[in-house]
Design a protein. Sequence first.
Length: 569
Amino acid sequence: MDRARHGRPGARRRLGGALAVLSAAALGVTALAAPAQAADVNVAKNAGFESDLSNWTCTAGSGAVVTSPVHGGSKALKATPAGQDNAQCTQTVAVKPNSTYALSSWVQGGYAYLGASGTGTTDVSTWTPGSASWQQLTTSFRTGANTTSVTVYTHGWYGQSAYYVDDVNVLGPDGGGGTDPVVIPAVPSGLTAGATTSSSVGLSWTPVSNATGYNVYRDGTKVASVTGASATVTGLAADTSYGFQVSATNAAGESARSAAVTARTATSGGGGGGGTVPAHALTGYWQNFDNGATVQKLRDVPAQYDIIAVSFADATTTPGQIAFHLDPAVGYASAADFKADIAAKHAAGKSVVVSVGGEKGSISVNSDASATAFADSAYALMQEYGFDGVDIDLENGLNSTYMTKALRQLSQKAGAKLVLTMAPQTIDMQSTSGEYFKTALNVKDILTVVNMQYYNSGAMLGCDGKVYSQGSVDFLTALACIQLEGGLAPAQVGLGVPASTRAAGSGYVAPSVVNNALDCLTRGTGCGSFKPAKTYPGLRGAMTWSTNWDATAGSAWSNAVGPKVHGLP
């Protein structure tokens, strides 16, 4: 939200109205040193079958790549013996003469053999009669004086059931063929238990540079696989202690598990976000500055508003830390007078949160230390002023890993009644791969509402892949659909719009258009050319920038949109 005191008031400037489309960036990976010795590499290619059967040959078409079960990464080999065929899959690897290689793989299912032939010395093999869970086969071999290639293989047994293989390693000196593009990731560190409810525990950890995913274990049993450095484990018993670990995965395999952390679930159904916010809520930003809009105290904010976001908290010289200072221009005689207004809003059943960021906000949370500083300082403001929570309105970049950690730490301090809102720009919610969208999904269990800004953006893509121009009912509904189908609950989605033509550089829509969009999303009526495949009667509501600009226009926005929101099904 714009703090500007000169120039065009109230405008959020972003992208100059040009079409912005997100594209997924390829994940870069950096090879780490293998654990055996500095010169050793995994000379097997496509060791985790992430490239299907590339580099592997299986007899009689017996091999196939599956996505479940897998040990590491997202794929594994399934080989099925049939008739007189034992479902052997082989790969010829380049080796160095007179060298020792450690051969291993993870197997599951029926009889499974692992071996090496053509070693130039003694060929080796090992096997297991079958297992319902993953187990590792290991052996080693030494190459002969003139051996430059060896065939490694795995096979099952005649008449037995299918077997699975994943994460093959032939670890030793590079024989000239190079190594697999990636190696097994390092063990994750910094595992922390965050917000808990009676049935869930939030976890976060420090990301591993070459990991593409993580496995989460509860008391030794794998319970989740995620791509980001956080997860919420659900389905737990109330008032019960659990131990959690996490491992890192990529195409080469799975790391060892992290050190365990213990967390106890709540005794009753706390958490889940939302505080005392009604099922359908109107959110308004209140300006702690004078930029030409009506100057008002909190007591002047109309009763239609259920959530009031005080704009804005300020950065300090400590990374991640925030502070709040009343602007004398607002006219409060003292901080005590301001706190009394917050208390009065509470008595009226309203929530008041402190907003962090805005167009010129420079708060950065990009490390463990800054995440802790953010959580500690935000909670201190909640205690000092009576704020119910925070609003994240960072328009100059956001790190999903560390902001997730910060918000979970804050949730742990504040408890189940924390009100957590967000106001990302349109570009930030175009794809679930964006940092803002990832943050929202990471904290879904404690998130109240995301009031995306449907303005100052230019044209954008809707969930149907078509381009829609701002200022229309289609723009509101087709972009809301991205969030609704991208993982957020309907109760976590709100429509953020300007209160008047003066409140933003572009994207203003009349209150009637906002109401049509609300009807379209919740009832399937009032739609434009875009009509969602289903309705979302639990939609949280709408937001505006700002209560001050609304007052400047005679409260026309809140008087029209407020009753519509509160009358949603």
